[in-house]
Design a protein around this ligand. Structure first.
Ligand code: NAP
Length: 497
């Protein structure tokens, strides 16, 4: 179930928001601690969906700053008025015991909140809550590490009692999205931006549209994007739409990861069926997998992981996608020359990370003359050594005597859209300038290149081809490249509004 909290501070707004939320959510949480001089009878009479009444004190992250007796009295009134649920803090349940004997039909949620951490004794806390006389227990903690979500998942899997559990904060968002798959009784989503009742609470429209939350169940296969940052990525909207179009019971979420080794180890417990890998983990992830496909091994970078019966295998779909895009620039030549269009072409790549590696190895196969430049020159030299091409200093003018210039760094990517990896004057007419960045679609580099008379190529086509190949590796089914392109254009255009 999806519950929308109402955090208005007056009766009229609360009634308005409750009516709006009731048209989308399964359940409404009335946070009466936000409302001055609350008229509980009026609110409950006007409900059209089941309601949780919560009167959270300041000590548990709420707004109620009166005395404890008055606070509990309002919850007792909610029970008398036959609210569907009442949420009471684990250290206050003793005050409700008398009433709970007659508590038909109100269900009691006994809750524990920890805004600092996900504590080590979660199992003990859960056990205590289960023995407290609750109908439903609620454990909400703060995620300081993405692996805290796995600990919440384990509690939910072991629980025999209906349990609401998730992590707060940016690192806990996945536990809010994957609530059904994790086994949580419900999740909370905000009515709109600014109406969040806790850190990390996702908006209802994002939950329903980007994550297709209504399609999720206990058996949904989990896929996701490993990277940092991940919030800008359009991969969730692409893959979740494809899962829906192809009627696959799967869901794709972003994983913001710092420590890749720890993440891969701990998330094996969640049986994630496949990952996309992005900046900065494409190279480092290779050491944490069970097997690596020969092409990805040669490149030394993985952008796709497939989990088959617990065995994690790495692949690289960036390489093939980038070459497809570059060969497609001159369709006529590409057709007449087969795959020799890139042969002998001078190509300069800025960047020496995972994407640069994939592109450089692909170009080498096509016998292009490659030059690598990079902020960290040693890294450029190392990549050039692996590929068998040359490295130049980033300010060497000879590096810009090239037919094709490729940006394989995040410089110019959203939100720093006014940055560019090279000076505009280094771009010459008719040079092909390919920016691997796709958000924004036209970067400052491409804008500069256009005004200098270059042929420009944005990162979206590469993204679309690598995503399609990735989807096929996971599901065995090839999605339509046009569908992916349409979703991506629509979404990126909306973002620009
Ligand atoms: P990565 O492995 O972390 O490598 C990042 C590279 O960018 C490194 O060479 C790094 O230089 C350089 N860099 C980072 N910040 C920089 C800055 N502020 N100034 C100058 N150089 C900087 O990342 P990746 O996975 O290769 O991704 C690189 C870019 O390719 C990203 O923008 C990503 O979105 C894009 N990409 C696009 C597609 C697509 O399908 N369109 C696919 C893959 C990647 P140092 O070595 O000096 O740190």
């Amino acid at each position: 179930m999806i519950c929308i909290p109402i955090i208005s501070n007056n009766l009229a707004d609360a009634l308005h928001d409750m009516a709006e939320a009731s048209s989308i959510a399964d359940l409404i949480e009335l946070r009466i601690d936000y409302i001055k001089n609350v008229d509980l009878k009026c609110l409950l009479e006007r409900r059209t969906k089941p309601v949780i009444v919560t009167n959270r004190p300041v000590r548990e992250g709420g707004k109620f700053d009166g005395n404890e007796e008055d606070r509990i009295a309002l919850l007792k009134l909610a029970i008398q008025l036959q609210a569907d649920y009442v949420d009471i803090e684990h250290d206050s349940i003793k005050h409700l015991c008398r009433d709970t004997e007659h508590r038909v039909p109100t269900k009691i949620i006994v809750s524990y909140h920890n805004f600092r951490e996900t504590p080590g004794d979660l199992t003990d806390i859960h056990k205590r809550l289960c023995q407290s006389g609750a109908d439903i227990v609620k454990i909400v903690t703060h995620a300081n590490n993405i692996t805290d979500n796995v600990r919440i998942y384990r509690i939910l899997q072991q629980s025999r009692m209906p349990t609401i559990s998730f992590c707060m904060g940016e690192l806990g968002i996945i536990s809010r999205i994957l609530y059904k798959r994790f086994g949580s009784y419900l999740t909370f989503a905000s009515l709109r931006a600014g109406k969040e009742s806790a850190p990390g609470q996702i908006g209802i429209h994002e939950l329903l549209n980007t994550y297709q939350a209504r399609r999720q169940d206990k058996r949904s296969a989990i896929y996701g994007l490993i990277g940092n940052p991940v919030s800008h990525s359009i991969s969730p909207i692409i893959h979740n739409t494809l899962f829906k179009e192809m009627n696959l019971n799967s869901i794709y979420v972003p994983f913001k990861v710092d420590n890749i080794g720890e993440f891969i180890r701990e998330f094996r417990g969640l049986d994630v069926k496949g990952y996309s890998v992005t900046i900065p983990h494409k190279e480092s992830v290779v050491n944490h997998l069970d097997a690596v496909d020969p092409i990805a091994e040669k490149i030394g970078a993985v952008n796709t992981i497939v989990n088959k019966d617990g065995q994690l295998t790495g692949f690289n779909t960036d390489c093939e996608a980038a070459i497809k895009v570059l060969e497609g620039i001159n369709q006529a030549s590409a057709k007449s020359l087969g795959n020799t269009y890139l042969k002998g072409k001078k190509v300069t790549i800025v960047g020496a990370g995972g994407a640069a590696r994939a592109i450089a190895f692909g170009l080498k196969e096509r016998q292009a003359q490659i030059t690598i430049i990079n902020r960290n020159y040693e890294r450029a030299q190392s990549l050039a050594g692996d590929v068998g091409c040359i490295a130049k200093k980033i300010d060497d003018p000879q590096a810009f005597d090239t037919d094709i210039f490729i940006n394989a760094t995040p410089v110019g990517m959203f939100p720093k859209i006014n940055e560019t990896p090279i000076d505009k004057n280094k771009l010459k007419p008719n040079m092909i300038v390919f920016d691997t960045i796709y958000n924004p679609i036209e970067t400052k580099l491409l804008n500069d290149a256009r005004t200098q008379g270059c042929i420009i190529v944005n990162g979206l086509s590469m993204f679309v081809h690598q995503a399609a190949a990735q989807f096929k590796l996971w599901t065995g089914r090839m999605p339509s490249v046009e569908i992916i392109e349409n979703i991506a254009y629509k979404y990126l255009a909306m973002e620009g509004d």
